[in-house]
Design a binder for this molecule. Structure first.
Ligand SMILES: Cc1ncc(COP(=O)(O)O)c(C=O)c1O
Length: 366
């Protein structure tokens, strides 16, 4: 017997998601200490105190199953966003919501269209359902080409995934291009507007997804507490959509998918607007610093609306990635995304950004 023969054929084609290297693993491998991780687009400031206190308080009730409807989080977020509570669904990170959506709408013979390179989960959830991923290349400035996305849509297309701002490039599209996409797609195609990095956006004309949802019930916004709220370790994200569409997704989810500490922490985080503003400010200053340093080093970079930046470092980006590792700086090499001359660097604390810039300068000999 071969275990592989027990698997569905499309599962054999899957490749596991490549995570950023954990600091502990690097230090064990190289026998070093004091390394920094600028690899996974996490918030360097951590969660708000209010989120932490709420999470700790929730530990008292860990003998109980979580609230299966995330009632208090749902009510608070609905009122903050000005949407009906039924327009929201929560997940174990927004990644789980991508999976739930794929489970609901994709199967063999179906296609999911998305720009590429983009978030690695899109091909994983698509292939996982036996559907076909259709990758549309970004343009030469690493931006979505809305016309190419539209022309990739066929009768078999069930969903378009659009990470805006895009990961790993940080590039984004504004309202006008978004409207062309929304209006150009057949209504039967679900448009997932993945706004994981929404709170970092610097451009003024970022699309209003809630208005698009009101206009077209097959637009779904995906958001997360993993990034600006600093709760990646607790796994909580949500989608906003038409209540009927969201209702079908609700049927397909695990009843206790969001744990009690995650619900409590997310609610605490929502109530701390000052912390959010601090993270945003720190990130923007950090981005500006990295951009200036890349300019000084003569490196090309992509204008980012997220908390990371894509920088072109030359043919041997994988080698440079390794050499930076030996200096205790973890970035992200992007060969698996077809970007073999680039690194993606997450904005860290000011001293971490400085340390990365120094290491880069030393390695490039400039
Ligand atoms: C574009 C994009 N969408 C979604 C996510 C998923 O975030 P989470 O599952 O932590 O909510 C990420 C995480 O890196 C991302 O980059």
């Amino acid at each position: 017997m071969k275990i592989a023969d027990l698997m569905k054929p499309h599962i054999l084609e899957l490749e596991a998601y490549p995570p950023g290297k954990p600091v502990e693993e690097l230090e064990r491998e190289l026998g070093i200490s004091g390394s920094i991780k600028l690899a996974s687009n996490e918030s360097p400031l951590g969660p708000s105190r209010r989120a932490l206190e709420a999470a700790v308080q929730a530990t008292e009730g860990l003998n109980r199953y979580p609230d299966g409807s995330s009632y208090y989080l749902r009510e608070a977020l609905a009122s903050q966003l000005g949407v009906a509570p039924e327009a929201l669904i929560f997940g174990t990170g927004s990644s789980e919501l991508l999976e739930i959506l794929a489970k609901c709408v994709l199967g063999p013979g179906d296609e999911a269209v998305f720009p590429w390179p983009s978030f690695a989960m899109y091909p994983i959830v698509t292939r996982g359902m036996g559907a076909k991923p259709v990758e549309v290349a970004l343009d030469s400035d690493f931006r979505f080409d809305v016309a190419s996305v539209l022309s990739a849509v066929t009768d078999r297309t069930r969903v378009v995934f659009l990470a805006n701002p895009n990961n790993p490039t940080g590039t984004s599209i504004g309202q006008a291009e978004f409207d062309v996409l929304v209006d150009g797609l057949p209504e039967r195609v679900i448009l997932v507007h993945d706004e994981a990095y929404l709170d970092y956006v610097r451009r003024d004309d970022f699309p209003d997804t809630l208005a698009a949802i009101r206009r077209r019930p097959t637009v779904l916004s995906l958001r997360t507490f993993s990034k600006v709220y600093g709760l990646a370790g607790l796994r909580v994200g949500y989608a906003i959509g038409d209540p009927e569409l969201v209702g079908y997704l609700e049927r397909a989810r695990h009843p206790f998918n969001v744990n009690s500490m995650a619900q409590a922490a997310a609610l605490g985080a929502l109530r701390d607007a000052d912390h959010l503003a601090r993270v945003r400010e720190l990130t923007h200053r950090g981005l500006e610093k990295l951009e200036r340093a890349f300019d000084e080093l003569g490196l090309a970079w992509a204008r980012s609306d997220a908390n990371y930046v894509l920088v072109e470092v030359g043919d041997d980006a994988a080698g440079l990635y390794q050499r930076l590792l030996r200096r205790g700086v973890i970035t992200r090499a992007l060969g698996a995304f077809g970007l073999s001359s680039h690194l993606r660097v997450t904005v860290g604390l000011p001293e971490e950004n400085d340390r990365f810039i120094e290491a880069l300068r030393a390695e490039l000999g400039r």
